[in-house]
Design a protein around this ligand. Structure first.
Ligand code: SF4
Ligand code: SF4
Length: 363
């Protein structure tokens, strides 16, 4: 397969070396396209777009700036190119099989309103119950959500925007939901080119039915493992299983997960510095969309702990704006932002009953 890399800058060079070093022999690189650079890059010719009009291989957009990548995609589409991919440089554990699956995003469904990422619980509760969980999973019951209603939310989202780059299936602990295969297949059919992730603490992977692992593999879902202390003890076995099924995965390593945060303060005038640990983690849940999980689940938090933190900013998927306007609204600051603080703690679990102090300070 012939490839032209759009962008002879840092990312373009990285794309070239990745293909040559990790996927040697599978692809033939023709050269680069660049609007301002000329001559050669790493021994390959640099073309102007007008010079490669008859090219019918794959064009790989390798630009650092996503807005720029989108603009280039529009130009390429207008000129009639169909095989266009975006080089993402994913941090997954590679299988060295298919560069386009492991490292790229098909641009086939790109359009005017691209949501970089979205998250959805397929179960609200978790088997680990970490203090400071920003999804407040330790205070949710084990009740399974209605599959049809959750998939209806996914479809409503698809009606509002052209596509999503990354879709995170999570919870709680998503592998607690026995219907996980139905979720994967349904989400994959609504977003055929989106990178799907399952975010998990990994503790259930060794006991997963083969059908689940096969479904993950067949639908090109990447498993994103948060390596907490209990996960660490099993990480070797987890790797073996995922390797056996040739599943893509990434590990959010122990060094990142030793520390945790209590995400909230009850007092707007708190002495703790304000911070946002969930920027751009757009969340859909029960017919609603919000800019982050803390905001989405704060009404449950308020009810559970009898607090009064601000809930404004959650939108109905039925009535919210669409396209660019929706993307803009999802970036607006909300009153709850004034209660999100930087407060590092050692990772630990909540104990039998989660308390308000497990999530918030009351200074
Ligand atoms: S493993 Fe993740 S979802 Fe579960 S309680 Fe911990 S932070 Fe929350
Ligand atoms: S409420 Fe605001 S500051 Fe807090 S996590 Fe959400 S977006 Fe970030």
């Amino acid at each position: 397969m012939e490839i032209l890399i759009y962008g002879a800058g840092e990312k373009g060079k990285l794309a070239l070396t990745t293909i040559k070093c990790d996927y040697e022999g599978n692809y033939s690189i023709v050269g680069f396209i660049d609007k301002s650079k000329h001559g050669e890059c790493l021994g390959y010719p640099i073309f102007k777009l007008e010079e490669v009009e008859d090219f019918n291989g794959v064009i790989l957009i390798a630009l650092l700036d996503f807005q720029e990548a989108q603009a280039v995609w529009k130009v390429l589409k207008k000129r009639g190119y169909t095989d266009i991919f975006w080089f993402q440089d994913k941090k997954t554990v590679l299988k060295y099989e298919d560069f386009f699956v492991e490292q790229c995003r098909n641009c086939m469904d790109w359009g005017d309103s691209i949501l970089p990422q979205v998250e959805m619980h397929i179960i609200d509760s978790c088997n680990l119950n970490c203090r400071g969980c920003s999804h407040f999973s330790p205070i949710f019951s084990d009740t399974l959500p209605d599959l049809k209603a959750r998939i209806s939310d996914v479809k409503k989202l698809k009606e509002k925007i052209t596509t999503v780059l990354k879709f995170y299936i999570l919870g709680g602990e998503p592998f607690l939901n026995p219907e996980i295969n139905d979720y994967i297949c349904n989400i994959r059919s609504v977003f055929p080119y989106t990178q799907l992730y399952i975010v998990t603490n990994g503790l259930l992977i060794e006991n997963l039915p083969k059908e689940v692992l096969q479904c993950v593999k067949d639908n090109q879902v990447c498993i994103s493992i948060s390596e907490y202390k209990p996960t660490r003890k099993k990480i070797g076995k987890i790797r073996l299983i995922l390797d056996e099924f040739q599943i893509l995965y990434e590990i959010r390593g122990f060094s990142q997960k030793e520390k945790f945060y209590l995400p909230l303060t009850i007092n707007e005038q708190s002495k703790y510095p304000k911070t946002c640990i969930s920027n751009k983690c757009v969340t859909i849940w029960n017919g609603k969309i919000a800019r982050c999980p803390q905001l989405m689940y704060i009404s449950h938090f308020n009810t559970y702990f009898n607090t009064n933190l601000p809930e404004d900013g959650v939108m109905d998927l039925d009535n919210c704006a669409e396209g660019q306007k929706l993307l803009h609204n999802l970036q607006k600051e909300v009153p709850l932002c004034n209660y999100c603080i930087e407060n590092e703690i050692e990772w630990s679990t909540c104990g039998k009953t989660a308390k308000l102090e497990d999530f918030a300070v009351m200074d």
